[in-house]
Design a protein around this ligand. Structure first.
Ligand code: F6R
Length: 257
């Protein structure tokens, strides 16, 4: 489905396996703006809502586009931000931490104060449970932005993660440490081996999910998530079971077939 009015929407694409999943395929240059249009509609409907945010390269252009919309009058300052995950063992002010990413690329440009910006921290089950309580206290996530790993992960829920998992400490897949090595001087061994992540069950509790996917390296994972069976081997495939998912993919990540 390619809703009209979205910038750069392209022709006819094969519908996803789940009839409830909306699929928007756009040029790479239009991904950020297309995703931001969707997020902005949710923010305008609930300016004091809870926005779940992913880090990484995929949503960077989305956050830049949202900041541009704020400059044009979109009120984002009243939001609460809830991050998906964080490496274990990095100080919050380490520029490679997701807390730093969320501050620099999301909270500051959107004018959201630190008191309403939440990033999981630590490495114990108790700290994971504490993050779950924080999300509950906020009233749950209205819209969760997610990316997808080349191995199909969402958050840091690596293949094999239980669909009812909650925020918890996890071990990163070796392939994830390789994928994220560019942020750590190119050395996979320098990427923390452990992280804290919202669980798949936590992500599924969000009232809406927007999956942002860019690049040919994600094509296989995206195809498996959209058209394959729902299986823990491809964590993102579970999104087929969610009632309100929009996938914004660039033409490189979406292999029309
Ligand atoms: C990041 C996260 C991860 C990334 C995924 C894709 O908070 O939870 O699941 O979304 O690894 O990362 P990029 O966009 O850098 O390819």
């Amino acid at each position: 489905m390619t809703p009209s009015g979205l910038p750069g929407a392209v022709g006819v694409v094969r519908p996803p396996r789940s009839p409830r999943t909306r699929l928007v395929v756009v040029s790479t240059a239009a991904v950020g703006q297309a995703a931001a249009v969707i997020i902005a509609a949710a923010v305008a409907a609930r300016p004091t809502g809870v926005l779940g945010v992913a880090t990484g390269s995929s949503p960077m252009s989305l956050y830049a586009a949202l900041a541009g919309m704020r400059a044009d009058g979109l009120a984002t300052e009243g939001l609460s931000l809830v991050a998906l995950d964080e490496y274990a063992g990095l100080a919050g002010d380490d520029p490679r931490s997701y807390r730093s990413y969320v501050g620099t690329h999301i909270a500051e440009p959107l004018g959201v104060p630190a008191a309403r910006t939440f990033v999981p921290a630590g490495s114990t089950a108790a700290q994971g449970a504490e993050y779950e309580r924080t999300i509950r206290r906020l009233g749950g996530v209205d819209l969760q932005i997610v990316g997808i790993g080349r191995n199909g992960h969402i958050g840091f829920n690596e293949p094999g993660s239980a669909f009812d998992s909650r925020t918890r400490p996890v071990e990163l897949d070796p392939s994830t440490r390789i994928a994220n090595a560019p942020y750590f001087g190119g050395d996979p061994a320098a990427v923390p081996a452990r992280a804290m992540t919202q669980g798949i069950g936590t992500i599924l509790d969000a009232r809406a999910v927007v999956l942002v996917v860019q690049g040919r390296a994600k094509a296989e994972a995206l195809a498996a998530a959209l058209y394959g069976p729902i299986t823990p081997d491809v964590p993102a495939s579970v999104l087929q079971a969610h009632r309100n998912v929009t996938v914004v993919a660039d033409t490189d990540a979406f292999e029309a077939r």
